[in-house]
Each structure stands twice: as C-alpha cells, then as structure tokens.
Design a binder for this molecule. Structure first.
Ligand code: ATP
Ligand code: MG
Length: 361
C-alpha cells in the first residue's frame, strides 16, 4: 500500500475515511413475480473490497441500491457498523455510488459535478471548490475542472463520477460495473487506480462486475451470487481452488465435466481411481476439472481426439473429446501445441490429486 503520496487535505481527517462494516441480513426484494433478492446474507469487513459476481439478473444492482437507500427491501436488514439503516433515507446514508453508465450532470462542469453533493450538504463555495479540486487531483484530472461531460472521454467521465462519489467522504463505496463501458486498456488502468485509492482511503467497497478477471484480481473477497442469494464469499484463490458449490465451480474460471462413477470417498474417472475432494457419494457423477489440471499427450491409438485449439499467448487451450463423447478443455504450453494438431488422437490423464465432483448433468 502506498503511504507516501502527498494529499494533505483530503486525508486531513483520518476518521472520516475509516471504512464501515456492511452487513446484509436475509434480504428479500421482489418485483412482481421476480425475486431479485431471495434471502441475501453477506458481511463486508472494514476497508474491505468485495466484488459481487453473478449472472445477469441475479440481484447485484438491487443489493447495491438497497445499501444506497434507493431501494427498500421487503424483508431483512442492512447494517452499517452494526446499526440498522434499512429505513434511513438515502440522503442520510454514508454511501457513495458510481453507476455503470456515466451519470454525470451534463450541464455542470467536471468540478461542479464533483462538488454537487457538497453543495447539497450546504458546504460553502470556497471549501467546495477546494475539496472538489483535490478530488480531481486524486483521480488524475486536475486540468479538466472546467470541462463539461460531453468534452470528456468515457474513462475521464468515470473518474469524475468516482471523484463525485468520494467527495462526501463516504464510509461505503458502491461501484456498479463502473468500468464496463470502457475499452480494455483504460479499464486496466482504472482498475488499478480504484484499488489503490480504495486501499489508501480505507473505504469499504462493494464492486459489481461481470468480469471475472476484474473480480479475482481486485477484490479481497469475491461474493458469487445466484438467483438473489449468496453462493460463496471467499478470497479469490480459495474461490478458484475450493468452490463451495458446483455453481461457483462452473461460474468462476473454466471448468469441464467428465462423466464418472463415484464409490464412496473415491471416483473412477478416465481409467483411474481418485479421491473425492468433498463429501463421499455414490453413483453417476461428473468430475469437474480446470484446464490447467488435465494432462494431454499425443498417442496414436489414444481414445481422445483434439477438436479445437485457441491460442491464448503463453498457453494454448485445446478442446479434447474423450472416449465417452464429453469435451474437456486442456491448457498446454503454446510451444508444445504443434504436437497435438486438430483431429489427432491423444490420451488424457488426471493427476493423482483429489477431484471435485458434482451430480451428473
Ligand atoms: N425496478 C424494477 N422493476 C422490476 N423488476 C426489477 C427492477 N429492478 C430489478 N428488477 C429485476 O430484478 C432482477 C434483479 O435485477 P438486478 O438489476 O439486481 O440484477 P443484476 O444482477 O444487477 O443484473 P445485471 O448483471 O444484468 O446488471 C432482474 O430480474 C430484474 O429484471
Ligand atoms: Mg446490474
């Protein structure tokens, strides 16, 4: 974490930037027959960045809107620092929100956009302008104070929106896909920037994204939601290596299914008997495998066949058909991929390690 950056005034009141804890308790919210939140439980620690990940329509935006106070739950509570704020009106909450689409006021300059919330709170003109100026510095746009939104690029507009959300020194920052409208390069830069700012200011942050890589690379923990509920919330490496449910296993990263037969604590798969990572079970199951944990070798009489290859830089991801007709993704170093041309026969092997299993699909 960087501590040497000279931003005296913004950080002058350290207590104002201490992040709060946020707790969702059994939140429910329906729109007609659609259950947007179906009993959401999640606790976010002080100063933590939690990424909310999940399929479209699983309730991510609704969850953020409930924290911001733009949406009332039908049941359940939201606690900030242990205090139930479920019925507190939005303008009295200590949360700043940045939306997916640029939501700047088109008729206000960048500086006035950032200062807007301060004006609403009755902060005097001079202080407002000085604080907004500091925030423009913070997001790297000190020279854009007088520009109007239409004179700014998408990335610049999102920076301004971030500065506006930070202007009120919120203890909770809510980011709803703030980078999704930006091109890949700007996105990467802003990703690093948001993370650095968030850590520097110690703001508790809920970050909604569709982009798994974004979630896994930025977050302290990733919360995977499905149909209005939490499936699992864990640090990125744990989520990837030890998914709690088949849904998480298949939603995060690439996962292939290989039909297999379970026999208590072990499973028979691809001609081997491997221990099951998880509860013992019996009968027909699927073994879940990551592309990097399957081995493939060219074999003239092999039972598997190479169906496709995608060059991804250092590695090439092969699509391989097994003897029983399922397809498995397998990563190989790109310099070895020529030994496994399309249509050729191969042998697939799973290393001698415990494997994840899921009910047969
Ligand atoms: N104001 C509303 N009126 C009616 N239905 C709504 C409203 N807001 C959300 N919904 C519905 O609730 C569900 C959850 O919506 P939400 O916006 O929270 O999903 P999301 O996870 O943010 O999806 P996306 O990734 O597409 O942004 C969806 O089925 C949506 O259509
Ligand atoms: Mg959304």
């Amino acid at each position: 974490m960087t501590t040497t950056i000279d931003r005296p005034n913004l950080l002058a009141d350290p207590t104002s930037h201490t992040g709060a804890t946020v707790e969702f308790r059994a939140l429910r919210r329906s729109f007609g027959s659609v259950q947007a939140l179906a009993g959401l439980d999640l606790t976010v620690g002080r100063g933590e960045l939690v990424a909310l990940l999940g399929p479209s329509g699983c309730g991510k935006t609704t969850a953020l809107r409930v924290v911001a106070g733009f949406e009332q739950p039908d049941e359940g509570e939201v606690l900030v620092d242990g205090e139930d704020i479920t019925r507190v009106p939005a303008h009295r909450r200590d949360a700043g929100m940045v939306f997916q689409s640029y939501s700047l006021f088109p008729h206000l300059s960048a500086l006035d956009n950032v200062a807007f919330g301060l004006r609403m709170r009755g902060v005097g003109r001079a202080e407002r302008r000085s604080r907004a100026g500091e925030l423009l510095d913070l997001v790297g746009l000190p020279d854009k104070a007088d520009r109007y939104p239409h004179q700014l690029s998408g990335g610049q507009q999102q920076r301004i929106a971030l500065a506006r959300a930070l202007a009120l020194r919120p203890r909770v920052l809510l980011l709803d896909e703030p980078l999704s409208a930006l091109d890949a390069r700007v996105r990467l830069t802003l990703r690093d920037e948001i993370r650095r700012l968030q850590q520097e200011l110690g703001i508790t942050t809920l970050f909604v994204t569709h982009d798994q890589e974004e979630a896994l690379s930025m977050a302290d923990r990733v919360a995977v939601m499905n149909a209005g509920r939490l499936e699992q919330c864990a640090p990125p490496a744990e989520l990837y290596a030890r998914p709690a449910t088949a849904f998480v296993a298949e939603f995060v990263g690439v996962m292939s299914r290989i039909p297999a037969h379970a026999d208590g604590a072990v499973v028979h798969v691809l001609g081997r008997t491997l221990p099951i990572d998880g509860a013992a079970t019996h009968g027909d199951v699927d073994v879940l495998v990551r592309p990097e944990s399957v081995e493939v070798a060219a074999a003239k009489d092999g039972k598997a066949q190479i169906l496709g290859a995608a060059f991804l830089g250092a590695i090439t991801r092969l699509t391989v058909r097994t003897a029983d007709g399922s397809t498995v993704k397998v990563d190989v170093p790109s310099h070895t991929a020529t030994a496994l041309p399309l249509g050729s026969r191969a042998e697939l092997t799973l290393p001698d390690r415990p494997v994840l299993v899921a009910p047969r699909k």
